[in-house]
Design a protein around this ligand. Structure first.
Ligand SMILES: Cc1cc2nc3c(=O)[nH]c(=O)nc-3n(C[C@H](O)[C@H](O)[C@H](O)COP(=O)(O)OP(=O)(O)OC[C@H]3O[C@@H](n4cnc5c(N)ncnc54)[C@H](O)[C@@H]3O)c2cc1C
Length: 415
């Protein structure tokens, strides 16, 4: 899939920059302690932290490693859901613990990637959560007030200041230092996979799990499409959007459309230092400066099924073209006067949870069956966070997770 042509019809440029390693398909029956199903960032990071904790792990992926991150803007996003939203959903104490744990993981990303995937071009960036609607300014100011009051320092940027800082009009927003980042997700996935195998983890690509049963109440026996069995003490289900079939209450499937520019080394200003998202519920827009030389715009739509009904694959069709054009128009308005071209476009499905937080835990109706479902807007941070949580839950060594104040995540059980 390397090369520009492939990128232009449904891939991001970093897919060619860090072409994924290939792992063999499963070709015999195997036994392991934990079977991780799904080789997206959640599966890779869960397997990584389990192996680090001394647990024997097999990871199987139905296609190629990387999951939806192949279509990424390429970044960890800002500090997750708004604090206003968390306060409306959870007790004050729990909302603060959740927020604190996300912010801690954002800070940990740098240490983690410099150890595990130093080649993934991680760069910490500021984040900006903004509105372009006058009537939303008071909500934005409330978010600013709540964050500062709760000990998470940020600035409020009004329309006049925004004029000098950004290349497009903004009514106001909350600006946070070092709360986002750019990253090459393909290189990250490769780095984690290499480390995983170095530490004894086994990875099989093109090995879809098609059935699973619990044998004698003790072991899971999972069958792959290529006809082999994996016997394991536990299973960690990291199948991305496919998880919604088992746990429909986890969230909604959304389609993300991602438009990426050619390298633009002369583009100065905010793209080099900031990632941002707007506050639109129906038409959220995420904007990133990638590799400091590219600009990425992303939009979401709910309820769109891929022609295959499957995981990836809106590469053609009317809707694909319409979304591409509308993102291009937005990009032109934002970078008026800049000679930027946007040849890269990709779209795929992902899960959006109702509160913007990931789900991770053990299925209370099926002991030994764990799940990790990242929310689409903060993938790198969520995957690291949940990987640690699952390893802590499985080994019973909660130290790391309680250090992270992350135990709350496991309390959010799917319906
Ligand atoms: C177009 C697009 C752009 C995005 N951009 C960003 C961004 O810029 N920043 C950000 O933070 N997030 C972004 N996201 C969201 C992010 O990619 C996801 O949140 C993240 O990839 C979720 O990781 P995951 O491992 O939970 O799931 P996935 O990445 O979906 O991985 C699940 C994996 O499970 C595999 N699988 C499914 N069923 C089986 C089976 N039966 N057997 C074996 N394997 C199976 C799938 O093939 C897949 O590889 C984007 C998403 C999309 C779609």
């Amino acid at each position: 899939m390397a090369g520009k042509t492939a990128c232009c019809c449904g891939m991001m440029p970093w897919f060619k920059e860090g072409a994924p390693l290939r792992y063999p398909a499963l070709s015999e029956n195997v036994q392991t302690e934990v079977l991780v199903v799904g080789g997206g960032l959640s599966g890779l990071l869960s397997a990584y932290f389990l192996v680090q904790a001394g647990v024997d792990c097999v990871l199987v992926e139905q296609g190629l490693l990387g999951g939806a991150s192949k279509f990424f803007g390429g970044f960890s996003c800002d500090g997750g859901p708004s604090l206003t939203k968390l306060f409306s959903l959870y007790s004050r104490e729990n909302a603060l613990r959740l927020w604190q744990s996300i912010c801690q993981t954002v800070r940990d990303v740098e240490t983690f990637v410099s150890d595990v995937a130093p080649g993934c071009g991680y760069k910490q960036k500021d984040s900006f959560f903004f509105t372009q609607k006058e009537e939303n300014i008071s909500d934005m100011k409330e978010e600013f007030r709540l964050r500062n009051f709760s000990g998470f320092p940020c600035e409020f940027i009004g329309a006049d200041d925004a004029l000098s800082l950004f290349s497009f009009p903004v009514c106001g927003g909350v600006y946070v230092k070092n709360c986002g980042g750019e990253i090459n997700p393909v290189a990250l996935a490769d780095g984690v996979a290499s480390r995983l195998t170095l530490c004894g983890g086994r990875i099989y690509e093109e090995s879809s799990v098609v059935s699973m049963r619990k044998k004698n109440g003790n072991f899971f026996v999972s069958k792959t499409k290529n006809g082999f069995e994996i016997t394991s003490k536990a299973v960690c289900d990291c199948r991305g959007v496919e998880l919604l079939k088992r746990y429909p209450g986890m969230g909604k499937r959304k389609t993300v459309f991602s438009l990426c520019s050619d390298a633009a080394p002369n583009l100065s200003g905010w793209p080099g230092r900031c990632v941002m998202k707007n506050d639109e519920k129906k038409r959220p827009l995420f904007i990133f400066g990638a590799d400091s030389e590219r600009v990425v715009l992303q939009g979401e739509e709910s309820g769109i099924l891929t022609p295959s009904g499957g995981f990836h694959g809106i590469e053609t069709g009317f809707l694909f073209d319409v979304k591409k054009e509308s993102l291009k128009i937005q990009a032109e308005e934002m970078f008026l006067g800049e000679s930027l071209s946007f040849p890269f476009f990709g779209a795929a499905g992902m899960v959006c949870t109702s509160d913007g937080l990931p789900y991770a835990g053990e299925d209370r109706n099926l002991p030994g069956y764990y799940y990790v479902c990242g929310d689409g807007r903060n993938a790198v941070v969520n995957a690291i966070h949940c990987g640690r949580l699952i390893a802590g839950l499985y080994t019973g060594n909660g130290k790391e997770t309680s250090d992270l104040n992350a135990s709350l995540f496991s309390m959010r059980e799917p319906e």
